[in-house]
Design a protein around this ligand. Structure first.
Ligand SMILES: [Zn+2]
Length: 269
């Protein structure tokens, strides 16, 4: 079976380190605190060693970064690397970026550190292109009810658009009830799917398969963001093991690790 990672991050190690070391946001946001810089020295080598065949990479979501520059860098990195499937950051200052690059990307990522969880005219114009080229919106929005209402507001405008919800929709990883609640709310929408990144409780994945079905869950690592508290873990191995250790059938696992990626994570044509 191939292993396809639907959620990993790509960025220049030295630049990300400089931001984390100097940003006032580092003390507020976990994503600034939990970066395993050592494993960013050679992405291709690290991922090959973990046996990952295809990888959807996303730029880092640090507020200090230029979205346009990071988006250009990830497209550069993907050039000549058949196994790399780039998401770009949602960039409302460059509304034509998706249209101009739709054949090279799989969609846009929106994150609450960089983006308000609310629709606006420019965002809707970008989503219209996402819809037109059958690309994805990858979401890690503000939490609570807003997380569900926002997805519903997008689907009201674009009923068939593909929405990729990060981290099985979790807010805090230990708040299992919120995950189950969110999955139930989004269960009626077949074109909304979920990735397993940063989820480590096997019972959560098992329950997620029961609620939305194995066709709507994709393995993701969230590399190079660690979850073990010390930063020493092998992130990708830990996230693959989470899928392997859950009580699922081999068929379930083949959907989660490979099949769903192959039809949901595609570049525009
Ligand atoms: Zn992430």
């Amino acid at each position: 079976m191939m292993i396809c990672d639907s959620h990993a991050h790509y960025g220049e190690k030295e630049l990300m380190k400089a931001i984390v070391d100097s940003s006032p946001l580092t003390k507020h946001y976990l994503c600034y605190q939990a970066v395993q810089f050592e494993s960013m020295s050679d992405y291709d080598d690290y991922m090959q060693k973990q046996g990952q065949n295809k990888i959807a990479y996303i730029p880092f979501v640090f507020r200090e970064l230029s979205k346009l520059e990071e988006n250009r860098k990830i497209l550069d990195y993907a050039k000549g690397r058949e196994h790399v499937y780039p998401y770009v950051l949602l960039d409302e200052d460059n509304v034509n970026f998706v249209r101009d690059n739709h054949q090279a990307i799989v969609g846009v990522k929106e994150h609450f550190v960089m983006h308000d969880t609310a629709l606006n005219e420019r965002r809707v114009a970008i989503f219209a292109d996402i819809d037109k080229y059958n690309l994805n919106i990858l979401l890690h929005t503000r939490g609570g009810n807003v997380r569900v209402e926002y997805v519903q507001s997008i689907l009201e405008l674009f009923p068939n658009i593909k929405v990729h919800v990060a981290h099985l929709g979790r807010e805090r990883p230990e708040d299992v009830d919120y995950i189950y609640w969110l999955l139930e709310q989004l269960r009626p929408y077949d074109n909304v799917f979920f990735d397993t990144s940063t989820i480590r409780q096997t019972q959560v994945l098992e329950q997620a398969v029961r609620i939305v079905g194995r066709e709507r869950i994709l393995y993701g690592s969230d590399f190079p963001f660690y979850m073990d508290g010390t930063g020493q873990e092998n992130i990708v191995k830990a996230q693959i093991d989470h899928v392997l250790n859950a009580e699922l059938t081999d068929t379930d696992r083949s959907y989660i690790l490979q099949k769903n990626f192959e039809w949901l994570i595609t570049k525009g044509s």
